[in-house]
Design a protein around this ligand. Sequence first.
Ligand code: MG
Length: 243
Amino acid sequence: MKPAGRFVAEVLTRLEKAADVGVNLLELDALAHQMIRDRGAESCYIDYHPSFGAMPFGKVLCTSVNDAVLHGLPHDYTLRDGDLLSVDFAASVDGWVSDSALSVVVGTPDQRDLDLIDTTRRALDAGIDAARAGSRLGDVSAAIGAVAHAEGLSVNLDFGGHGVGRTMHGDPHVPNDGRQGRGLPLRPGLVIAIEPWFLHTTDRVYTDRDGWTIRSADRSRGAHSEHTIAVTDGDPLVLTARD
Ligand code: MG
């Protein structure tokens, strides 16, 4: 799964650099789509059509801006100064998938947004560090949740991490909060996407009219950090690590 992880990391690195004031979300999607073609990879999103979706997703990226935090359907929107953009990307290389996400502020940042992004990154690091053989899935969830609670943030349990392999979503579900010592025992070879996402002042969300984009119930902004990782005999292996 390493080549898939490296490719996903390359795409997110390019997107992070490309995201700027005046750039349209559709341009970011087109850039990622071109990188998929050049690599001979396959998008996990474009034909994605789960039971709750009104139609196939149709794009290769999730772009979630400001009060949107997850599953943002790229649309004709030009980024403005101070926008908080979350980009989620998954692709398949030679039949194996990796999945990763990051948040960035374009233009002049609000310190509170930078702090929220930093909290999701620290929660991701804590979750990864807890993903060790002999531990349990609840240890990963509890480690993520502890970082959120220390910042006074409440955690939504409806959307979290997941198993990754031949397809983008598999068992187990990896909630962003939980109890230590509970849940699935972690064994070497288990590959999961860990993806803390938090909102400034709520844990409640709703689905936009587009049928995909998940927005905060109170319009506060959200941030999202995700890596695909493998449990090993030693330290967790971050397959989507960026340089
Ligand atoms: Mg993802």
